[in-house]
Design a protein around this ligand. Sequence first.
Ligand code: HEC
Ligand code: HEC
Length: 339
Amino acid sequence: MKNKPTSSQHFRRFVLGAVSAAAMMAGTLASAQEPVQPIKAHRVTEPAKVELGKKLFFDPRLSRSGFISCNSCHNLSMGGSDNIRTSIGDKWQKGPINSPTVLNSSLNLAQFWDGRAKNLREQAGGPIANPGEMAFTHDLAVDMLRSIPQYVAEFKSVFGSNKLTIEEVTAAIAAFEETLVTPHARFDRWLEGDTKAISAQELRGYQLFKNSGCVACHNGVNFGGASFQKMGLVEPYKTDNPAEGRAAVTGNDAERFSFKVPTLRNVELTYPYFHDGAADTLAQAVDTMGRIQLGKKFSKSENADIVAFLKTLTGEQPKLVLPILPPSSDATRRPQPFE
Ligand code: HEC
Ligand code: HEC
């Protein structure tokens, strides 16, 4: 066993490999030499579909109680998350896992902490029918929409058919979610060549982030979202949360406790952190990551530098006009918040 490299040695090689591969891609732009890239603003090609998706995202009538909308747990006034450890669902049920942000989620390789939905369309049907979240059914959701003449007309003009199906509902929600990207973060401006966009401390933080190996997992345009990685690579992560991670999807025991690497964009807004929501502050999250993923104990000032850098990843938040929802008709099923 003596010659067998430990997982942390393996990992260091992997980090060095990733960093030098990035360096080899050096081009003319400063950012071409970096393992992370700026985000591009989203260009809307189907505005009517996006508008409809926005209404659905904010419509609590897609839940049994008539009280919970997508925005309840992915509050776009709070970084697309709910800022509580685990979400609150139908009848005040305690949710099993922390709500990830919907901001920039279109850039992730898959949806959910364990990646069980391959894209936003597949994802959007889940919460409506999840008994612990919106606790409705797809049929009841579609019936509700069909009972509201303005919705019927809007679906018809967007999709060109009278059917009004759950597939149309999820397609419209996904089209809206694709607009929720957050370009022009100060750090992106730095990547694009504006050397004054970040302070000396923030730059030190980025260098530490890069040189310590955080970028091996948090890389690319979303500073994450591109792979599944073990939580507790060097040292086990202790939690009461029963989530198994990727193994629950693939059945592969080696992927137990592997989770989708979360994006670090807007991370200043999306506390608390980790799938169990156990880290209340960025300082705690950075300390835990250093210890259990890299076997590294950051000093107080190193930790503060990395935290300062992470706060430069807050981008321009989506500018939304609050949608006014069409009223229920006499035929619309009434909400059942207490039964
Ligand atoms: C009761 C709270 C709640 C409601 C309501 C809710 N979500 Fe979520 N959402 C969550 C939680 C918790 C997760 C993580 C679940 C997991 O990974 O197992 C999640 C995950 C997601 C993700 C995946 C993000 C990523 O990076 O993996 C997207 C996208 C999303 N929700 C969109 C929606 C949409 C669209 C709706 C409305 C149709 C909605 N959610 C309703 C709590 C909620
Ligand atoms: C081996 C891959 C890996 C490395 C290296 C790594 N991370 Fe992570 N990071 C993850 C994974 C996976 C998660 C989600 C874990 C979970 O919640 O179970 C995560 C979560 C986070 C979160 C919480 C984000 C959220 O929204 O909940 C922060 C902040 C973070 N990492 C920062 C860092 C920093 C800073 C470093 C370097 C000191 C680092 N990470 C190194 C894989 C990694």
